[in-house]
Design a protein around this ligand. Structure first.
Ligand code: SF4
Length: 199
């Protein structure tokens, strides 16, 4: 549970490769999560430097570990592994610096629960496809997608949308003419019409 939570914190605003390197480096530098909790933030920062935003992330990780230890007397979240989803959301969401997307990532990737994480990329694609209102926040899109996407499809759909955002539906200049879901996308059709009108 803690591996998953810390890995998700490290994944913010960087590539999978960079955050993976930072996570491995952190695990190699300390014996366990309790040792990370007791360490000065600058040592944690040095261990995760390859992941970007190391200063902020080291402080978040340390505060999270300290909060867990203060509440439970141990640096562990294993008591939540079989807990009801709503309790996991409440406990993880109350930790400092842990937002709904991080909680949803732990639920889906680590615990295989049907909870759909929404980051800026998924939010962008869901709004373009009309699965969420055009100006929906990530939190609003989270509610729309979790109501719409059938539970058994949560994980695969998430991974597909991430891949689609990287390859085709990019933030700037989405490749609508080559998009496999163009027929189902109002935004894509609008963009194509505009490009035909604008020589
Ligand atoms: Fe994105 Fe364009 Fe495809 Fe719509 S048609 S999903 S905007 S790439």
């Amino acid at each position: 549970m803690l591996d998953s939570l810390v890995a998700t914190i490290l994944s913010q605003a960087t590539s999978d490769a960079n955050s993976g390197r930072a996570f491995e480096s952190l695990k190699a530098a300390f014996a366990d999560w309790d040792a990370v909790r007791k360490a000065p933030a600058r040592k944690i920062e040095a261990a995760i430097r390859s992941g970007g935003l190391a200063r902020n992330k080291s402080r978040t990780i340390k505060r999270v570990l300290e909060t867990i230890h203060a509440a439970r007397g141990e640096t562990s979240l294993e008591h939540l592994r079989r807990a009801p989803t709503e309790r996991i959301k409440a406990e993880l969401g109350a930790l400092p610096g842990v937002g709904p997307k991080t909680v949803a990532c732990v639920l889906m990737f680590n615990l295989k629960r049907p909870d759909f994480p929404v980051d800026t990329h998924i939010n962008r694609i869901a709004r373009r496809l009309g699965w969420a209102p055009p100006k929906a926040s990530a939190e609003a899109t989270y509610r729309h997608l979790n109501a719409r996407v059938p539970d058994p499809l949560t994980y695969e759909m998430h991974v597909l949308l991430i891949t689609h955002g990287r390859r085709t539906c990019k933030a700037q200049r989405p490749a609508c003419p080559y998009c496999p879901v163009l027929d189902a996308c109002d935004e894509g059709r609008r963009r194509l019409k505009r490009s035909v009108r604008t020589p």
